[in-house]
Ligand binder design. Structure first.
Ligand code: URA
Length: 234
């Protein structure tokens, strides 16, 4: 990490003020006067005016994002496409997305640097209900959803029982709320393909009790202490 960022994260000064301190020769890394743009690694000793700056514990960060479609759900993309990281506030630490939403899917995404929480939320045994809004072309009846509710075969393995109901239907399209407790690859799209329907629009609207309602497309905010406590408890 750049020395100015390190000093800023330790609450010593803004990055610009830190640069001034460095330029004034007040900062040393492992006993050697730091230069502007120098890097610090774990275990380096940083001194300001010959007094050690003690690295504080890594702070855990938790964000909720309304991911827009056309944004890839990875930390970096070798094809240069926009990633969810590009939507984070500038001062965000090294967080990563918890689970995946397809490039074309939008909605609720959690990002954190809390590896334990991410592991538990995405582990198959946690069976956290995730609700999606699906839109397919044309009409559909409640009966048509029965195979989806009881389980369809994907890659030779049946999907678990799930809840699904129609929220709107007309000649042009049908909207469905579906709640699944698994997180298989492109699961919702493939479940509808299994009944001969193509998903035209897909949005995750909740994970457990955490809802995306009210957040604009592309908006990000920190989770509240209550929301973090809730997620840690599920
Ligand atoms: N199911 C899908 O098909 N895509 C997603 O992004 C999430 C669930």
């Amino acid at each position: 990490m750049r020395i100015n960022k390190f000093l800023a994260e330790q609450g010593i000064a803004s990055r610009r003020r830190a640069d001034e301190m460095i330029a004034a020769g007040r900062v040393k890394i492992n006993g050697i006067e730091a230069t502007l743009g120098a890097s610090v690694e774990d275990g380096d000793e940083v001194l300001l005016d010959d007094v050690p700056v003690l690295a504080t514990e890594k702070k855990e960060e938790y964000y909720i994002m309304n991911k827009p479609k056309g944004v890839i759900c990875t930390v970096s993309d070798d094809r240069g496409r926009k990633t969810v990281m590009d939507l984070l506030p500038e001062n965000a630490g090294r967080v990563f997305p918890v689970g995946r939403l397809d490039y074309e899917t939008e909605g609720l995404l959690i990002l954190t640097n809390d590896g334990d929480l991410a592991f538990r939320l995405t582990h198959p045994t946690s069976e956290i209900p995730k609700m999606y809004l699906v839109r397919i072309a044309g009409t559909l009846t409640e009966k048509d959803l029965n195979p989806i509710r009881s389980g369809v075969e994907l890659d030779g393995v049946m999907t678990k029982k799930c809840k699904a109901h129609i929220v709107e239907t007309n000649k042009a399209y049908t909207k469905v709320h579906i709640t699944i407790t698994e997180g298989r690859n492109r699961q919702v799209r493939r479940m509808f393909e299994a009944i001969g329907k193509t998903v035209e629009f897909l949005k995750r609207i909740s994970i457990g009790k955490l809802k995306i309602g009210g957040m604009d497309r592309g908006a990000v905010r920190s989770l509240t202490d209550e929301e973090i406590a809730y997620l840690k408890g599920i």
